[in-house]
Write a protein that binds this ligand. Structure first.
Ligand code: NDP
Length: 452
């Protein structure tokens, strides 16, 4: 491999890029990784990790309230945004450093610079060209804002982590993961939240019952405008004024556009090679993450298949092992669990009821709306939803869905069960852990619906 300076040049030091670099280097490859912004990518710096830290902060709001029914006399509580932001910043810069050290400790040559593609085996860094046998593009995605008049006045999930003070009022556009999570977080931190979403229930693509249930739960903590779309954002003397397509005008101090993310393929030098893009701007790859340029691969958000950190990690690992361990395998995109850290949390694995019906499957639905034991004393009017989609043909559990506390923690285990092909009978013969919410999943005996 000596005719190239590196065996693998990775563009992008996010979850996928760092994983591929580390695994390839540990297999003896000479690896370089270029990152222009921050190591750890969106997940560590402007996504999963800081969001979860904010989400923990938001949780205390309900916990303080709930504690009173258990005898705690909570004095007047106050929330200090600058403390949260400062502590979050410290933790994120610590983590970013760890990601950089992972590369250095594995003898990956690190370029803290923008890299572009100059040819099938050439990467441009500043005015230097570097050769590599293989190139992996793992540059991720970036928030996208629709072309609304005044859309430039909106911030995105990038800026939300850098706010210097807690806004009094926030208007959030969108109904996906980011909208649901930040609406929940800021409503609990003491901000008046208005969420505007064009659909009829939040979380398009999730199970309909989950969507309705979550929308109703979240609607108790914020102003929810469904089936409405903003058409204009403008400044007035009190802040921002957003006009909806139904004529409603809403004031806020901040507008957050949580309207999706797009692959960051612009100005990457892709015109210099045979790499093709899909209509949505994502890099087109085959089953082995190879682009139309045989020496160039792509993984993670830039291929826009499933934009989740653990998926990018798995894809990156597969590429590195295929290239340097001769271990060629395909990614299994079935039963990928995911959680939305809204309040309440949502988690899901497998098919929704609608997906099962769309595939023409005969399914039985088991669903329960449960009041957590905790809320008998807390007085909180909150229920949780647990739902199973079960094949009527072979009894296999095809989908597990939950809206409720720690849903992500819980559904992770059920994802293993689904991957093992668990049947409803397996669920039924499993002894519950009492008293928990999770035990509902193994005690649901009555079908709530049957689709023959
Ligand atoms: P999503 O795709 O989840 O949601 C985008 C939202 O914006 C949808 O509600 C969509 O509506 C709406 N939207 C899109 N275009 C327009 C438009 N022109 N006008 C009005 N509304 C519009 O994207 P997010 O930005 O929330 O998150 C990006 C991705 O990041 C997620 O899909 C997920 O893969 C990942 N992520 C994962 C998290 C986790 O695992 N917990 C947390 C955060 C992000 P509609 O549905 O009607 O098209």
């Amino acid at each position: 491999m000596a005719e190239f300076e590196f065996d693998l040049f990775v563009i992008g030091g996010g979850s996928g890029g760092v994983r591929a670099s580390r695994v390839a280097a540990s297999l003896g490859a000479r690896v370089a990784c270029a990152e222009e912004r921050y190591f750890g990518g969106t997940c560590v710096n402007a996504g999963c990790v800081p969001k979860k830290l904010f989400s923990y902060a938001a949780h205390f709001h309900d916990d303080f309230q709930d504690s009173r029914g258990f005898g705690w006399a909570t004095p007047e509580i106050a929330f200090d945004w600058p403390i949260l932001k400062k502590n979050k910043d410290i933790e994120i810069s610590r983590l970013e450093g760890i990601y950089k050290s992972i590369l250095e400790n594995n003898k990956v040559t690190v370029f803290k610079q923008r890299a572009t593609i100059a040819g099938p085996h050439e990467v441009q860094i500043g005015n230097r060209q570097i050769s590599a046998r293989h190139i992996l593009v793992a540059v991720g995605g970036w928030p996208w804002v629709p072309a609304i008049e005044g859309g430039e006045l909106a911030i995105t999930s990038n800026e939300i982590f850098q706010l210097e003070s807690l806004p009094e009022c926030m208007l959030i556009i969108g109904g996906g993961y980011i909208a649901a999570e930040f609406a929940s977080i800021f409503s609990r931190l003491g901000c008046h939240v208005t969420l505007v979403y064009r659909g009829e229930a939040l979380l398009n693509g999730f199970d309909s019952e989950v969507r309705q249930f979550l929308s109703a739960e979240m609607g108790r903590h914020m102003e929810l405008h469904l089936q409405a779309d903003p058409v204009k954002i403008e400044r007035n003397n009190r802040g921002l004024l957003t006009t909806l397509d139904n004529g409603l005008k809403l004031e806020s101090s901040v507008v957050l556009a949580a309207t999706g993310r797009r692959p960051m393929t612009a100005n990457l030098g892709l015109e210099n090679v045979a790499v093709k893009l899909r209509d949505n701007g994502a890099i087109l790859v085959d089953r082995h993450f190879r682009t139309d340029e045989p020496s160039i691969y792509a993984v993670g958000d830039v291929i826009h298949r499933v934009a989740l950190t653990p998926v990018a990690l798995a894809e990156a690992q597969l590429v590195a092992r295929a290239l340097f361990a001769d271990d060629v395998r395909e990614m299994d995109y079935q039963n990928i669990p995911s959680a939305v850290f809204s309040l309440p949390n949502v988690a899901t694995v497998g098919l929704t009821e609608q997906e099962a019906l769309g595939k023409g499957l005969a399914v039985d639905i088991y669903s329960a709306r449960v009041k957590q034991l905790k809320h008998t004393l807390s007085g909180r009017e909150e229920r949780s939803l647990l739902k199973l989609v079960v094949s009527a043909t072979d009894d296999r559990v095809l989908g597990v869905h939950m809206v409720g506390p720690d849903a992500g923690e819980l559904v992770q285990g059920f994802a293993v069960a689904l991957n093992c092909g668990a049947t409803k009978a397996d669920f039924d013969r499993t002894i519950g852990i009492h008293p928990t919410l999770a035990e509902e999943f193994v005690t649901m005996r009555t079908r709530s619906k049957s689709h023959p």
